[in-house]
Structure formats: C-alpha cells, structure tokens
Design a protein around this ligand. Structure first.
Ligand code: SF4
Length: 245
C-alpha cells in the first residue's frame, strides 16, 4: 500500500514530550475523540488493528465512521477460529472497512505445540513489524482492565520500533469491558459469537480456551503455560514504562 512520507510536522508530533502532553489532554475524552485526534494528526499514516475476536471490533466501527479510508490492519495467523473469519467478512461488507491483511512469510506448521513464542514471532510479531513500516500511529484495543500486564496502559504512548518513533494509541484504555459491550449493543454492531460461549478473549484456536467465572479476561490464552502476551504489544519499546503522572 502507498502512504505519504513523514514530514517535519509529523516528526515533531512524534516526540515523547508532545505525545505525553497529548495523552494528558486526551485521557478523559471519548474513544471517538481520541481516534479523531489521531486520524487528524497522522492522516493516511494511522493503522487500526482489529482481531475480530473481541469487543474491540468497536474500534473498527468508530474509525470507519470518522474516516472511511482508515486502514484496518488484520493479522491472519492461519489459525483463527472460523467464527473470527466470518465476522471479519461480515463487518468488512457491512461497514465498507478498508481491510489490509498481513500474513506470515513462512509456514512453520504446528510450531505452537513445542514453541509458542517462536510461533507467535512468525505468525504475529513479524507481520505486525512489517505492517508498521507504513505507519506512524498504531491504534489498538488494549485496555487497563484486561489484566495486570495492561494495567498501566495510557491512551497515547511514545514507543520506538527498530529505532523509529511510533505513537501507540489506545482509545479504549480507560473503558471497561462492560462499556464496550454497551457500545456494541447500542450501535447494533455484530460481534464474535464465541464471546457468548464462554470465551472472553479470542486468539488462535490451538492456544485459546473458554474462561471460567472469576478468571481474568485473558486467562484462556496459552492457559497453563505462563505465557500471557503474544509479543504484539511488547516488541516496541515504551519511553513511558511507568505510565504518565
Ligand atoms: S497464538 Fe498460538 S497458534 Fe497463534 S501464533 Fe501464537 S503460538 Fe501460534
């Protein structure tokens, strides 16, 4: 895909100081306002990633309402649930999403059976790193209430990826799961039917189980292995690791 090159104004906007100021100003704004701010500051260089596995599909809807041409980046690992692919197709058609898919460069087979970190690196992290070459701002649905590893997420963070500055934007950071469900139901946005069958977070089928009452939202991911993140949200380097004041 073709994206405009970064100009001096954009480079200035991507400084840690400017992004921290923006985060402080936008923290209490609605997700739509945070998205609109991002799409205005980084036109055609903002990607919204959506997995079609959780209630974060609200982000794709919001972005399409604000700017229909917004690239909706989807990482197809090859191991997603059939329901996830079906929802992708339904939402793309219903909301005319500008879907941009990235797939692994190689097929490591069932590597998840012996090396989940290696499998995620090939099927998720490398494709995302490749995708980010086209963008300055990466919007995703990470929320504080998803678990301890995400409890300090800010609405906008300055990160480095391969030495390059990147604005990571989390419009839903301060929303609860209940707020997103309220939004989906209010707008009539279709969601993954597995969420009604005990799955509270959906990834690849070999590494996902339904969760039980009282468990963290992401407890069903790589259950029993000690692994909690696929690496997608940890391969960039944050300049504000302790969160903002
Ligand atoms: S979630 Fe499982 S199957 Fe999917 S990329 Fe990671 S290890 Fe592989």
């Amino acid at each position: 895909m073709t994206t405009p090159t970064r100009d001096a104004t954009t480079s200035e906007l991507l400084s840690p100081t400017r992004l921290q100021e923006a985060a402080a100003q936008l923290r209490d704004r609605t997700p739509e306002e945070i998205l609109a701010w991002t799409l205005e500051r980084f036109p055609r260089r903002t990607a919204v990633t959506v997995s079609f596995g959780g209630p974060g599909v609200a982000l794709a809807y919001m972005a399409a309402q604000i700017e229909p041409s917004t690239p909706i980046v989807f990482l197809d690992t090859g191991f997603l649930f059939p329901e996830t692919y079906a929802l992708r197709d339904e939402l793309v058609k219903r909301y005319a999403l500008n879907l941009v898919e990235y797939k692994p460069l190689t097929d490591p087979g069932p590597l998840y059976e012996t090396d989940t970190d290696g499998c995620c690196a090939i099927r998720k992290v490398e494709p995302m790193q490749r995708a980010l070459g086209d963008f300055d701002a990466w919007v995703s649905g990470v929320r504080r209430d998803q678990g301890p590893t995400r409890a300090k997420t800010e609405v906008i963070e300055h990160h480095l990826v391969n030495g390059r500055p990147l604005a990571k934007v989390y419009p839903l950071a301060y929303w609860t799961r209940g707020q997103i469900w309220g939004y989906l139901l209010d707008k009539g946005i279709p969601y993954n039917p597995l969420l009604d069958q005990g799955y509270s977070s959906l990834g690849c089928w070999p590494c996902t189980r339904a969760t039980r009452a009282g468990e963290d939202e992401r407890a069903g991911r790589w259950s029993g292995s000690g692994k909690t993140e696929c690496g997608l949200h940890t391969f960039t380097i944050s300049s504000t690791p302790e969160g903002l004041p």
